[in-house]
Design a protein around this ligand. Structure first.
Ligand code: BGC
Ligand code: BGC
Length: 630
């Protein structure tokens, strides 16, 4: 929704700007030199020229910027809401983002199409009066998950099961390269939440229920994204969602959710002991940004909490990067008008607002807030300084466009090999009565079935191509059934896939059921039951009753109630949401061995929730559990 400017604000006049003069000159040069057909929008002014015409350091930029331009830098709009790309130049917008599924033409799009899209937006920013480049943001939360053909890693809960900080760093180093291949230098990851209640739909976005699990992996992720120091080959990391998004009380959810975006009814002692340590790790590791949580702490929305953002994060922890709000999170503050909500959020310490739609209204709110004395100018200058420092550190002024050498590597075999290793290490063996490992020699028959056995979308979970994830071949990858066929090719093992038709007449020496949750994201995944599901239950029973040895592989973002299933199987594997490379699973089944340890306590029943290590409750399997029989 577009707002008409209610008060005339101090916007640059395009005709008088040096940048537009530059564009005219380059147009002329082009016309003379070649018959190349280029629209003005695709004309990249040379970065050096932009700097010469605009500004060359944070202090220099700040000195030259109007208040409206400063407000523009603090404003982030979603690509789907950029109705007129010229507005990026006119208002000097600081950032554009792609939300879940925010590709060049809706969900999906190849790396090249993404790079073209991002470069196109960037070309408009370089035409702004001072030529300040955009910092484009995206949710690369388990690989560059919105992009067709990118390698997708296990969601964080699976990475938490690995307990392997070096591997997490390697995974995010690969993600860094794939993100750079689309011209993007900012990811809204890692989520360093500490999920305390498995009924939360975002449990899988966290590394585990204990800060001792989350902290080291959070720091490793930051190192993977950013490298040893910020530079042109870095992707700025975002520790999110500050704070205690994983500590909310069931039944307090907002936006119609059960627990997501809820209220963390915990003492400051617990907040500091459980939810703050991962931020200390991420900040010490140099994380360039922090995203604020939709949730509240004892009734107060985090988006308006100066004690948390300014006193604790920026003060105590010494965070020098910039703070971004969550998607329309500012609009959840209870202040009377949008202008008041914006002023409240900025005064609480938010530096950039993920609007994501009404950028004009947001700029107006900041400008009018300063002019009316509601927002101190010093606060705006601090916010803009933090944002520009990141842009200069990433060297966006000199390298605003995609380095296409990375583009060709998106989804490469080398990148997939890292994901396969991550899958191997993430699997947790909950039960084994000798069913595993499977032998590669001898002559025998394996039958597989269940709804996820050959469904890539289910294997990926939410935040995969689209926000909520999908079903079937949504991108390039290897399903469990495909991996099994590869693993057994040339052996004496016969394989058969019965899919969901598990009642048919068949027998086998070994049966493998693969099923679990279907994809979801955020509060849409909140569950009041953690139920295994009647379709899963009957398919597993069907298969196990027709074979000699039965193995269950569960794809889920969190523990489900499996008490009734365990006695029916010889082996039970928690597979989490493994991503695009299921060969990692067959590697382990055929003998490479289990390494994974539970990143969360596994409940007996949903009534155990919330259940966490040290709370005196007895789980079905404790935090850290995982068999290693071979
Ligand atoms: C989520 C964030 C995400 C943002 C942008 C929000 O709804 O809570 O985790 O980074 O959207 O997609
Ligand atoms: C976007 C997500 C965002 C969500 C917030 C969706 O339309 O794709 O990225 O997190 O809205 O509700």
């Amino acid at each position: 929704m577009r707002h008409v400017l209610s008060t005339p604000i101090d916007l640059p006049t395009p005709a008088a700007s040096p940048a537009s003069g530059r564009v005219r000159r380059s147009l002329l040069t082009l016309a003379v030199t070649a018959a190349t057909v280029l629209t003005a929008s695709l004309l990249p002014p040379t970065p050096q020229a932009a700097a010469a015409a605009g500004c060359i350091s944070t202090a220099d930029c700040l000195a030259k910027m109007t208040l409206a331009e400063k407000a523009g830098q603090m404003t982030q709009v979603a690509n789907s809401y950029v109705s007129n790309k010229n507005d990026i130049a006119t208002y000097g917008l600081g950032s554009v983002l792609s939300g879940g599924g925010g590709g060049p033409n809706g969900a999906g799009g190849t790396a090249t199409q993404w790079a073209d899209m991002v470069d196109d937006y960037q070309s408009y920013a370089l035409k702004s009066r001072l030529g300040i480049p955009l910092i484009y943001g995206v949710d690369a939360v388990h690989g560059h998950n919105n992009v067709q053909g990118a390698v997708l890693f296990p969601h964080h809960i699976g990475m938490g099961a690995t307990r392997d900080a070096a591997l997490v760093q390697q995974v995010e180093d690969v993600t860094r390269q794939e993100v750079l291949g689309t011209g993007i230098h900012w990811t809204f990851a890692p989520c360093v939440c500490v999920p305390r209640d498995d009924r939360w739909g975002r449990t899988y976005e966290g590394y585990g229920e204990d800060p001792s699990v989350v902290g080291p992996l959070a720091q490793a992720a930051v190192a993977g994204f950013q490298g040893p120091s910020l530079g042109t080959n870095s992707v700025l990391a975002t520790a999110k969602h500050f704070i205690a998004d994983g500590g909310t009380t069931f039944g307090t959810g907002s936006s119609g959710y059960l627990i997501d975006q809820g209220d963390a009814r915990i003492s400051e002692t617990e907040l500091r002991a459980v939810h703050l340590p991962p931020y200390t790790s991420a900040v010490n590791g140099g994380a360039g940004s922090v995203m604020i949580s939709y949730s509240s702490w004892n009734g107060v929305k985090d988006h308006g909490n100066a004690h948390l953002i300014t006193d604790i994060l920026k003060g105590e922890l010494g965070f020098k990067g910039f703070v971004v709000s969550d998607w329309a999170g500012v609009k959840q503050l209870s202040d009377a008008t949008y202008a008041d909500q914006v002023a409240h959020a900025v005064n609480a310490g938010i530096d950039m607002i993920m609007v994501p739609d009404d950028y004009v209204g947001t700029i107006n709110a900041i400008v009018n807030g300063v002019n009316s004395g509601k927002i101190p100018l010093a606060r705006v200058n601090d916010a803009v300084t933090r944002i520009l420092n990141a842009k200069f550190a990433l060297d966006l002024f000199n390298h605003p466009y995609t380095d296409r050498t990375y583009t060709a590597q998106v989804g490469s075999a080398a990148h997939r090999a890292v994901a396969r290793q991550a899958v191997r290490e993430s699997l947790v063996l909950l039960k084994n009565n000798g069913a595993l490992p499977l032998s590669k020699t001898g002559t025998y028959k394996i039958v597989v079935g269940g709804k996820s056995v050959d469904n890539l979308g289910y294997q990926l979970g939410g935040w995969s191509i689209s926000w909520q994830g999908g079903s079937g071949a949504t991108t390039t990858g290897t399903t469990f059934w495909q991996a099994l066929q590869q693993a057994t090719a040339g052996t004496g093992i016969t394989v058969q896939n019965v899919g969901t038709r598990t009642k048919g007449p068949y027998t086998a020496d070994v049966g493998i059921w693969v099923g679990g949750e279907t994809p979801y994201a955020e509060g849409k995944g909140d569950s009041s039951t953690l139920a295994f599901g009647s379709d899963n239950s009957s398919q597993l029973s069907d298969i196990c009753s027709r074979v000699t040895v039965c193995i269950a592989i569960l794809y889920s973002g969190r523990p489900l109630v499996i008490k009734d299933q365990l006695p029916k199987v010889g082996a039970f594997v928690a597979g989490w949401l493994p991503g695009t490379e299921a060969q990692g699973i067959t590697d382990v089944l055929f003998g490479s061995g289990f390494i994974g340890k539970l990143p969360v306590s596994w409940p007996n029943a949903v009534t155990d929730e919330p259940i966490n290590s040290g709370d005196g409750k007895t789980p079905l399997f404790p935090l850290g559990y995982g068999l290693t029989p071979y």
